[in-house]
Design a protein around this ligand. Structure first.
Ligand code: NAD
Ligand code: GLY
Length: 363
């Protein structure tokens, strides 16, 4: 089995392992189980497919350990206080001690929610991220952001809690629904858009291979994305500066997701695709970049089967109101990640609300 490793340095270093079949690697899965309690948290789609393999691997490597599994509902609508509380209750019921470990098996919803429970239980226990969606592999499992949603906004309650390790089993992508594969590709495109123009060229050349689930192309895209995320989050783990670039398109996306209702309409990756196009268009309107760059990004996202316009029926004023509550908004007004062109994103504070409103109304 050939695996790629990406190291994330800094104050809480860890390794991202990328390979085909890693969920059956008992040694790797058990390596980070310091104590005797392991809780595998997954969702109702992923658990029947891979939960058994993870539990069997942990059991074979650590027959002395107390293992429990918790299966939560799938999807963004499940990223709630109630389900977070179920993770905490499961830890309490098994008597988890401070050296316990949560294995978060699933997409970004499970990774964020289980990671947040790990951050909170006894003020912080280990969490091994086992991402099974492309989006979670290239983004949410790396960097330590954990959260749940509340009705007022997405990810508004959470913590920074770096994983103990990330094990990306690329074989799990074979069961990922095509729509979710495309959603993950939006976050892959994001790295090219913000800091790696050459990646956009590569994605242009490999779009068909990625959509056809070509294993070599997917592994290359995952590794390149993880290297970017690792480097940025290592330099700026708490988002005091450049990490905010990873939110390119997200101020728009989070507003769209919250406004349409979590789990209804666009999923997170799709909303990010629309948001990135809006950010590129806003950059052009503000005279920072050419419209040609926005068009090139739009064309690539469309080729990847992603939406590029705000869904009908969403009110521009309501979206703007959501943006004011976004975590990127500060006392100095709306703050966006915009770009000077492909591969050159930057943080822009004090963006004129009327320009944003006009864009939202016209899209
Ligand atoms: P998700 O977790 O809802 O997964 C998408 C769907 O795919 C779900 O129905 C899931 O059950 C299913 N699924 C996942 N893997 C599968 C597999 N291998 N086979 C079959 N079905 C599978 O959504 P997502 O797109 O993975 O993650 C989105 C979430 O991630 C959002 O809540 C977003 O806010 C969060 N996020 C967090 C960060 C971060 O840095 N923490 C970054 C980006 C996104
Ligand atoms: N997905 C944004 C971040 O991790 O910072």
């Amino acid at each position: 089995m050939s695996t790629t490793q990406v190291e994330v340095g800094g104050g809480a270093p860890y390794t991202i392992h990328i390979g085909d079949g890693l969920l059956g690697d008992a040694t790797l899965l058990a390596r980070h189980l310091r104590g005797r309690h392991a809780l595998v948290v997954s969702d109702e789609h992923v658990s029947p497919l891979y939960g058994g393999a993870v539990v069997a691997a942990l059991q074979s490597a650590r027959p002395d350990a107390r293992l429990a599994t918790l299966v939560l509902p799938a999807g963004e609508a499940a990223k709630t206080f109630e389900n977070f509380n179920r993770v905490i209750t499961a830890l309490a019921d098994m008597g988890a001690t401070r050296d316990a470990c949560i294995h978060a098996l699933g997409g970004g919803v499970i990774g964020d929610m289980a990671g947040f429970a790990a951050a909170c239980w006894m003020r912080g226990i280990d969490c091994v991220q086992l991402p099974t969606s492309l989006l979670a592999m290239v983004d949410s499992s790396v960097g330590g952001k954990t959260a749940i949603d509340i009705p007022q906004g997405k990810n508004l309650v959470g913590a920074f809690h770096p994983p103990r390790a990330v094990a990306i089993d690329t074989a799990t992508l074979r069961t990922l629904p095509p729509r979710e594969l495309r959603a993950g590709l939006a976050e892959v495109v994001k790295y090219g858009a913000i800091i790696d123009a050459g990646f956009i060229d590569w994605l242009d050349a490999h779009a068909d291979a990625l959509l056809a689930m070509d294993a070599t192309a997917l592994s290359a895209a995952i590794a390149r994305s993880c290297r970017h995320k690792a480097a940025i989050t290592e330099r700026d783990p708490l988002e005091h500066g450049e990490r905010a670039l990873l939110n390119f398109g997200h101020t728009f996306a989070h507003a769209i997701e919250a406004e349409q209702g979590y789990g209804a309409g666009l999923n997170h990756g799709e909303a990010v695709a629309v948001g990135m196009v809006l950010a590129a268009k806003l950059s052009a309107r503000l005279g920072m970049a050419t419209m040609d760059d926005a068009t090139r990004l739009t064309t690539l996202l469309e080729r990847l089967g992603l939406p590029v316009r705000i869904p009908g029926g969403l009110d521009a004023d309501a979206l703007l109101a959501r943006m004011r509550l976004d975590k990127k908004t500060a006392a100095d007004g709306l703050r966006f990640i915009l770009w000077d062109g492909i591969g050159r994103a930057r943080i822009v504070a004090g963006v004129d609300e009327s320009a944003v409103l006009q864009l939202l109304r016209e899209d």
